[in-house]
Design a protein around this ligand. Sequence first.
Ligand code: GDP
Length: 194
Amino acid sequence: MMNFQNAAFEFAVGTSSGLPLCSLPEIVFSGRSNVGKSSMINRLVGRKSLARTSSSPGKTATINFYRLGFCRFVDLPGYGYARVSKADKTRWAELVQGYFEAGRDARLVVQIVDMRRPPTEDDWGMIGYLQQKEIPFLVAASKSDKLNVTERASQNVCLTDLFSRRNIPYVAFSARNGEGVEHLRSVILASCRE
Ligand code: GDP
């Protein structure tokens, strides 16, 4: 059965040499700190606190793995937090690149950006990296419920245009009101079936 229930935390990895064997398709979640990554994971699996939400940004970066029946969710450490040291940034890059270069079965990256503002330089850096590595990804614009109807409509047009010009699939998402949840689930299922 390919459902999103029965998700369980499996392990956290702090160095790329500690990555476990890859035995399942992996769905990867990426975005800057505080963008709503944990809330998205929790919403997709219908659980309140599988992934920790709003922990202190800049805490020790780990990649967290969650086991679902048909795949793993891979929660990359957030980036773009202003007050991290150069050493922490280097460690983040080593860990994330180590993950993507380990020959794992990464089926899809859900690259999360905040719907309320244009993608950051770090967001574009991550998108460029995924394109260069030819890793399948889509962009999910988080916290869509935080915009009023007018703002949401204009920002949606803006982001749709921005990403469609680059042939990047895009979806608006809200962990609060559930916008985009079913769409994202069906994209995840489809990439695991390939
Ligand atoms: P992470 O650091 O990327 O894992 O972000 P979190 O999931 O911890 O979310 C950061 C903050 O944004 C928390 O206060 C969440 O409650 C809030 N948040 C996340 N997603 C949404 C959303 O879709 N709507 C609203 N209104 N708030 C959200």
